[in-house]
Design a protein around this ligand. Structure first.
Ligand SMILES: NC(=O)C1=CN([C@@H]2O[C@H](COP(=O)(O)OP(=O)(O)OC[C@H]3O[C@@H](n4cnc5c(N)ncnc54)[C@H](OP(=O)(O)O)[C@@H]3O)[C@@H](O)[C@H]2O)C=CC1
Ligand SMILES: O=C(O)CCC(=O)C(=O)O
Length: 447
């Protein structure tokens, strides 16, 4: 049987998916670690599992027509990429951002397949969204867009088919508008979206889960070196959902958070962002939706660095939690030179392949997003469970389950990623996520 070879596999993939560099990057990172494993396990090779797993089950693309406050008719493009449903209903967020393309959503959907498998819950992988830019839009415009988006999406989703949630640009407000529209169209109250409000089927801890989960994962990584979060300093990037609750949990566990960022730049607060300063950021980002520049007006001992990223700040730990490719090879070199011992990805694919190579060379603790940020979708999975049972677990109960799941994901990464003198978490997450999906696909035969 002819073995797989990385460059020729990638050549074929790039030829079949032109103009989708983020998708190429996500597949390369996975294939680099998986191909040696597949070549040693001919059952996967013979069934062309990697070729099948890099081709989405289904891509849905549609027009979204809505009206702005001036009465102008606006047109956006909507997508849902149902990437792989071998181990459960499709599951993954929706992103509303002007940068969204099919290639972006294919990279995110592909990552989601492995991530969801790692959670140990029965969820396939999907992602969707639109090039709609929510920035500067009124609440009414966002509502009309969400209703128009759901007016097409509703026919492709369902509690046992595909269950979307939030991502960049899609938070509690947007999920609520979409859930309201789904309920109106289908006349059904079912768990068809997660991240819902607590009053209408949401789960405790879903809002916090991605950030908290990322911190719990980093706590497990540090424990492998008999170390802990207490007394450390941290760089956090982003100031949205994931960054906010990463910062909150770090503060609670005794870590000093020095930075947060947004599209306009980053803030550096050498005294540390404490709970009350974080509440200012949360209000700024979820209510007035302003720029972080406002922070230094309120807290003048901090500095604002316009159009810059925070990776040059000296700290023990780094939590990239904004967006893809926000941390490159040079940033990685700066972090390592400054003594950073751990990078934990709250965002999806925030580190470039060059940056990851630097972390691997330096053998620092590096937690890839598909493992480290899986807490969000894990609690979404538990929201689906609670919806099916028609009950709601307490905050403490769900938080305990989240900690257990993050520990299990960490254990899985160690099982497949343990090398002689370090843990290759990228390899561990990729192989650990692959095996369950691949075995299900093998069991189904040629489908
Ligand atoms: N929400 C979730 O449960 C999960 C999210 N993720 C991933 O985490 C990351 C953050 O998502 P989330 O917090 O939900 O999204 P939000 O929309 O809540 O926040 C995104 C944050 O990142 C900043 N940002 C977005 N794009 C850019 C950019 N191009 N350059 C610089 N900063 C940028 C935003 O800045 P600004 O405020 O200026 O818009 C904002 O601070 C994404 O990669 C997402 O895929 C992963 C797992 C689950
Ligand atoms: O909760 C979910 O279903 C989606 C979370 C998500 O989009 C992600 O893990 O990237």
């Amino acid at each position: 049987m002819k073995e797989l070879e990385l460059e020729s596999f990638m050549h074929g993939l790039e030829r079949r998916n032109p103009g989708q560099p983020e998708f190429h990057q996500a597949v390369r990172e996975v294939a680099d670690k998986l191909i040696p494993f597949i070549n040693k396990n001919p059952k996967y090779l013979a069934a062309s599992i990697l070729e099948r797993m890099t081709e989405p089950d289904r891509v849905i693309s549609f027009r979204v027509t809505w009206q702005d406050d001036e009465g102008n008719v606006r047109v956006n493009r909507g997508f849902r990429v149902q990437f792989n449903g071998a181990i459960g209903p499709y599951k993954g967020g929706l992103r509303f951002d002007k940068s969204v393309t099919l290639g972006t959503l294919k990279f995110l959907g592909f990552e989601q397949v492995f991530k969801n498998s790692l959670t140990t819950l029965p969820m396939g992988g999907a992602k969707g969204g639109s090039d709609f830019n929510p920035k500067g839009k009124s609440d009414n415009e966002v509502m009309r867009f969400c209703q128009a988006f759901m007016s097409e999406l509703f026919r492709h989703i369902g509690k046992d088919t595909d269950v979307p949630a939030g991502d960049i640009g899609v938070g509690a407000r947007e999920v609520s508008y979409m859930f309201g529209q789904y309920r109106r169209l289908e006349n059904q109250f079912t768990g068809v979206l997660t991240g819902k409000g607590l009053a209408f089927g949401g789960s405790n801890v879903r809002k916090e889960a991605t950030g908290y989960g990322s911190v719990y994962f980093s706590r497990e990584m540090l424990a492998t070196r008999n170390d802990s979060l207490k007394g450390k300093t941290a760089i956090v990037s982003g100031s949205g959902n994931v960054a906010q609750f990463t910062a909150e949990k770090l503060i609670q566990l005794g870590t000093k958070v020095l930075t947060m960022s947004d599209r306009s730049g980053y803030i550096h607060d050498p005294e540390g962002i404490d709970e009350s300063k974080l509440n200012f950021v949360i209000k700024l980002k979820t209510e007035s939706r302003g720029s972080l520049e406002e922070y230094v007006k309120e807290y003048p001992n901090a500095t604002f660095h316009k159009d810059e990223t925070p990776w040059g700040v000296k700290a023990d730990l780094a939590y990239p939690s904004a967006t893809q490719n926000e941390l490159d090879e040079n940033d990685a070199k700066k972090l390592i030179a400054n003594g950073c011992m751990l990078v934990c990805e709250g965002a999806n694919m925030p580190s470039t392949i060059g940056a990851i190579k630097e972390f691997e060379k330096a053998k620092i603790l590096f937690g890839p997003g598909k493992a480290a940020n899986a807490g969000g979708v894990a609690i979404s999975g538990l929201e689906m469970t609670q919806n099916s049972m028609r009950l709601q677990w307490s905050f403490e109960e769900v938080d305990e389950k989240l900690q257990m799941i993050m520990k299990k994901i960490h254990d899985k990464c160690v099982e497949y990623g343990q090398e002689e003198d370090w843990i290759d978490y990228v390899k561990g997450a990729n192989i650990g996520g692959f095996v369950k999906v691949a075995d299900a696909m093998l069991a189904y035969g040629v489908v």
